[in-house]
Write a new protein. Structure first.
Lengths: 113, 171
């Protein structure tokens, strides 16, 4: 990938920043998602990195996700695409794809795990 | 990508997030939670970490915490049930401290029941009730062991109310 070209492309884009509060909220919520999905231990959690409102929001969003027992209509599936937890996982998948390198040489044989 | 988990797996995550809410509530209340149980849990092996976090947090906030289970402590539990107005719960948590004791024996007790306790005595994700008794203290009756974070939310709201009224009492 040509990162110089990519950064030039990015510089052409005007970033419309969200209000500070909204941005702070989404950072807090995504921190909660990170701790939960990656099974952090209690010791590893930075409790200053999210507010009680952030985690309550993440809890309710997750609680109302359907399960494999629910019958979903096409409309439900469409709504699910914009669900905060789905969006978070999609973003993480994109980042994982960007940093993956098939020809990487590892220092130790089992480092790839 | 569509995130659809099987019901058991989803329920485990629901309980885990609820546990993390409890940890955050205790942390914000000034409790050092670094040695508390991990919040991720598998409900198939019982809601242990959930109860552990709740009890450890309450012990950090109150000097006197008694836990009575319907099976192991049936005698003591039925004694408390017969002496108070509560229904027989699956788990009963009795909490008390000096500040609470003073308030419960003051002229503000009736006011506490109406304004401090009544708005904060039940929840949606766990079947529980919080009652008060001047002799025992606060009685948290858990009828069905669901997610516990609402218990902590309510207890902290009650604690705040008691602290505010205790300053009135002293003044």
């Amino acid at each position: 990938m040509d990162f110089i070209k990519l950064s030039e492309e990015f510089s052409k884009v005007t970033i419309v920043s969200q209000s500070d509060e909204k941005e702070q909220r989404s950072i807090g919520v995504s921190n909660v998602m990170n701790y939960v999905l990656n099974h952090y231990s209690t010791k590893e959690i930075d409790f200053h990195s999210f507010s009680i409102e952030d985690i309550n929001l993440a809890f309710l969003d997750f609680h109302f996700l359907p399960t494999s027992d629910d019958e979903l209509t096409e409309e439900d599936k469409c709504h699910l695409k914009n669900h905060p937890w789905v969006v978070y996982l999609e973003n993480k998948t994109v980042i994982a794809g960007l940093i993956r390198n098939k020809k990487r040489i590892y220092e130790n044989e089992d480092d790839f795990i | 990508m569509i995130l659809i988990l099987d019901p058991e797996e989803k329920s485990n995550y629901d309980f885990s997030i609820s546990n993390l809410i409890m940890l955050k509530l205790f942390f914000d209340a000034g409790v050092n939670v670094s040695d508390f149980s991990d919040f991720t849990m598998d409900y198939n092996y019982g809601p242990d970490s959930s109860s552990d976090i709740l009890i450890d947090g309450l012990k950090a906030l109150y000097s006197d915490v008694v836990v009575l289970c319907a099976y192991e402590d049936s005698e003591q539990l039925s004694e408390v049930v017969s002496n108070t107005s509560i229904n027989s719960p699956e788990t009963l948590l009795i909490i008390k401290d000096e500040q609470m004791d003073k308030l419960f024996h003051s002229r503000y007790y009736h006011e506490f029941c109406e304004q401090g306790l009544r708005p904060n005595c039940s929840g949606d994700f766990c079947e529980f009730e919080i009652e008060s008794d001047p002799h025992y203290g606060l009685l948290i009756c858990v009828y069905w062991n669901g997610m516990h974070h609402e218990i902590v939310e309510n207890i902290l709201a009650i604690k705040k109310w008691i602290e505010e009224y205790s300053t009135k009492l002293e003044g």
